[in-house]
Design a protein around this ligand. Structure first.
Ligand SMILES: CC(C)(COP(=O)(O)OP(=O)(O)OC[C@H]1O[C@@H](n2cnc3c(N)ncnc32)[C@H](O)[C@@H]1OP(=O)(O)O)[C@@H](O)C(=O)NCCC(=O)NCCS
Length: 421
């Protein structure tokens, strides 16, 4: 199913805004240079398709904050303990000493100042450096489902929808708590939603890719009201003992209600004009944890069983890919990047977002154009661009255009173009 065509009603509205615009394909400086991740699919008829809106969003915010100062203090105590334990080997030259982290580095390199986590004490315990979650019985609601239900209820309330009016639940996140039954089915049951549910994972692009699936399900008529949830318990996959990445992630859950425009009744609606998802394989962000580990007799504590990345390579390679992706996607709707009121971008690195915006509109990425939430939430994997959309849209007016865009492991890039109704 294609994802980049405007639904009925979108075209007229765009012509009003976009009179005189010419398609950008092959014209823009970004497009000319970048081998974009695949052709956009703009050749499918939209006849008999429904217009689709986002009618509500919800956010679960964990109860604990870890500031950079707290994080670095705990990490440096861990370094001292480790270096003392291995003092002989370090003195003999057979082991490298661990090196302190620094608040200044973290803020300068990433823009992150703090993160929310579900459990704090375990992370800050220098003899543990990992959150401490109690294992729950099969008859209890799992933690991932619990935070998803919280965000989902808020999104449904914002949309004016009851859970039983939902006919599909997509649980999209960078990590799933278990193999099966699908998290989405547990969430569906806990909410009392109808239809069906499934899980999907495209790492940091899970949310935007799921919005494309929701958009296609609703515009085709297969579903009337889809709930997309993104429970990101990143604290359980982060390597808190590695100073190169220990500051990166935070926990959160977002939820989005996607439904038919003709039956939506919520007070605030955003028409989805198009979606576009693309992937291109890269090993630069990788986590080898998986169900084969045991059969491979691999060490469950080995460094490759948690998040790791070549951050500098990712930065350099993903910025041009993301900018070209957005520009190319907008071009299929005859929209220039400068016509977009707001870009709700993936939240991994402040400098990355500034460069993406510079490539797109030639200017600074102030809060007005590309709001930042990673300073308070850190990188929340797939939920970051959705948090930005959730928190920074109230000032936009009817007819304003915006782009929700994620980029990350895979590589993967997903964009959703919306217009305020
Ligand atoms: C991760 C990231 C913040 C690191 O910033 P960076 O400027 O690339 O920093 P580097 O990793 O090159 O490290 C620079 C130096 O600081 C050091 N350093 C790393 N972590 C440090 C820390 N916590 N405290 C102090 N110094 C640190 C490094 O060892 C290195 O030292 P060297 O120059 O002596 O070798 C940045 O690369 C990034 O955000 N990349 C994009 C990641 C992304 O988008 N991922 C996708 C989503 S998951």
């Amino acid at each position: 199913m294609p994802g980049c065509q405007p639904g009925p009603g979108a075209v007229g509205a765009l012509h009003q805004r976009g009179a005189g615009h010419v398609p950008l394909v092959g014209r823009g400086p970004v497009l000319a240079k970048i081998g974009i991740l695949g052709p956009l699919r703009a050749d499918i008829s939209t006849a008999n398709m429904y217009s689709v809106v986002i009618s509500g969003t919800g956010l679960y915010q964990p109860p604990h904050v870890i500031t950079n100062a707290e994080l670095v203090e705990a990490f440096n105590r861990y370094v001292d303990l480790q270096n003392a334990e291995h003092a002989e080997a370090i003195a003999a030259g057979s082991r490298e000493p661990l090196v302190y982290s620094s608040v200044e580095f973290i803020e300068k390199a990433s823009g992150i100042k703090q993160r929310y986590v579900i459990e704090k004490a375990g992370v800050l315990d220098p003899t543990r450096m990992y959150p401490r979650f109690e294992e729950r019985g099969d008859d209890q609601l799992s933690l991932m489902a619990e935070i998803a239900v919280d965000a989902a209820r808020k999104a449904l309330a914002a949309a004016g929808r009851k859970p039983e009016e939902v006919d599909a639940v997509f649980c999209a996140a960078a990590n799933m708590q278990r193999a099966y039954p699908a998290m989405a089915v547990e969430i569906q049951a806990a909410l009392g939603a109808g239809g069906y549910g499934f899980d999907m994972n495209v790492a940091c692009s899970s949310a935007t890719f799921a919005l494309e699936q929701a958009y296609n399900a609703v515009r085709s008529g297969a579903s009337k009201c889809v709930l997309v949830v993104n429970p990101e318990i990143t604290s359980a996959h982060l390597e808190w003992k590695d100073r190169d990445c220990h500051f990166i992630f935070g926990d959160v859950c977002t939820a989005v209600v996607v439904e038919r425009a003709d039956t939506a009744t919520g007070p605030e609606q955003w028409e989805i004009l198009g979606t576009h998802s693309a992937t291109q394989f890269s090993n630069n962000i990788r986590n080898n944890f998986g169900f084969m580990n045991k059969a491979e007799d691999s060490d469950p504590d080995a460094r490759d069983k948690t998040f790791r990345q070549e951050g500098r390579k990712v930065f350099k390679e993903v910025v041009p890919i993301a900018a070209a992706h957005i520009e190319n996607h907008l071009a299929t709707l005859h929209v220039l990047p400068t016509d977009v009121s707001r870009f709700w971008l993936h939240q991994a690195n402040l400098g990355m977002n500034q460069l993406v915006i510079k490539k797109l509109v030639g200017g600074e990425a102030g809060a007005q154009i590309a709001p930042l939430i990673l300073d308070t939430y850190a990188n929340t994997a797939s939920a970051g661009s959705v948090i930005a959309f959730h928190e920074h849209r109230a000032d936009l007016r009817t007819g304003d255009l915006g782009v929700i865009c994620s980029f990350g492991a895979g590589y993967s890039v997903g964009s959703v173009i919306v217009k305020k109704r």
